[in-house]
Design a protein around this ligand. Structure first.
Ligand code: CA
Length: 310
């Protein structure tokens, strides 16, 4: 054996020791179509669309996904937000040359993404709704002064309203509710959501808490959500979410949305030990350390889309 051969072997051995093992994850999140993120209510006015999805776009990009964090009106009706998102989807298609996008919406971003897929299914490969307000939220009903069904005492309603006030003040930078916030609340109320679903029914379950069609008009539909309000003692919004979760009585919820309301298309899971903000890895990564990290869920889902050829 010549010297050259030993040099090659030595180099190989060094490489195996020094370099990280060839990652099985190379291309793990490399979906065929770009991933387009659609934020929820308020959209964290102060921190912008990328940070809303705390650490998520970079984690998806690291293994090959093209990711775009869009920004629509922080608080407005689903239709207005949907038209704004559609405009951005068209821009993303023009820039990337892709034929379609994978839409991923959180909270009000779920119905917002559904709107785009409903009116332009030809531009959408999939819609994924996370903690989506697909059948309304009793918390939105309370904003509009509609008490939830059942027998919540006035004391409990006051607690819920206080919790909601704290969340709104935090997310809107202390500006409180605007006129557009009321349009959003109407869209997110139980009555408003059911009305929206009549015109845009794609992927909505036909039974009370079942799954929806996995595919409609060529668009694949998925959803997941959390079902635990208090998850991290260091997150200043957890006590507020614990108060708002009272609005749901005994129904599973993430503090702002009932698990059953989050269902859309294929339900991946509706009971992660996460609250509504944990679902987007907020506040700044303060999530439940005993649950799968939310960023991992996004990565797994990108891989799911990839394997489906989406
Ligand atoms: Ca959290």
């Amino acid at each position: 054996m010549n010297k050259h051969f030993f040099k090659k072997i030595a180099a190989l051995l060094i490489a195996m020791t020094v370099l990280p093992a060839p990652s099985w994850a190379t291309g793990y999140t490399e979906t065929k179509y770009p991933i387009v993120l659609a934020h929820g209510l308020f959209g964290f006015d102060n921190i912008g669309p990328v940070e809303y999805w705390y650490g998520i776009p970079s984690a998806l990009r690291a293994d090959g996904a093209k990711v775009y964090a869009t920004q629509v009106a922080a608080a407005n009706s689903t239709e207005i937000r949907g038209e704004q998102l559609l405009t951005q989807v068209k821009q993303i298609l023009a820039v990337t040359g892709a034929a379609k996008v994978n839409l991923v919406g959180h909270s009000h971003g779920g119905p917002t993404a559904r709107y785009v897929a409903s009116v332009r299914p030809d531009l959408v490969a999939s819609v994924t709704s996370i903690g989506g307000v697909n059948r309304g939220s009793v918390v939105a009903d309370l904003i509009l002064g509609i008490a939830p069904e059942g027998s919540l005492s006035n004391t409990v309603i006051v607690s819920i309203t206080n919790g909601l006030g704290q969340i709104i003040n935090f997310l809107s930078g202390g500006k409180g509710l605007t006129q557009d916030s009321l349009a959003a609340a109407k869209s997110l109320s139980t009555a408003g959501s059911l009305k929206f679903n009549i015109t845009h029914p794609e992927g909505i379950p036909t039974s009370a808490c079942g799954e929806g069609a996995y595919q409609v008009n060529g668009v694949s539909y998925f959803s997941w959500s959390g079902a635990k309000a208090y998850t991290n003692v260091f997150d200043i919004l957890d006590p507020a979410l614990t108060l708002t979760s009272l609005a749901f009585g005994s129904a599973k919820n993430d503090g702002l949305v009932a698990s059953c309301s989050s269902h859309l298309g294929r339900v991946i899971r509706d009971d992660y030990a996460m609250n509504h903000l944990d679902e987007v890895n907020q506040t700044i990564g303060l999530v439940n350390i005993f649950e799968t990290n939310p960023v991992t869920l996004y990565r797994q889902h990108a891989n799911r889309l990839k394997n489906l050829g989406l």
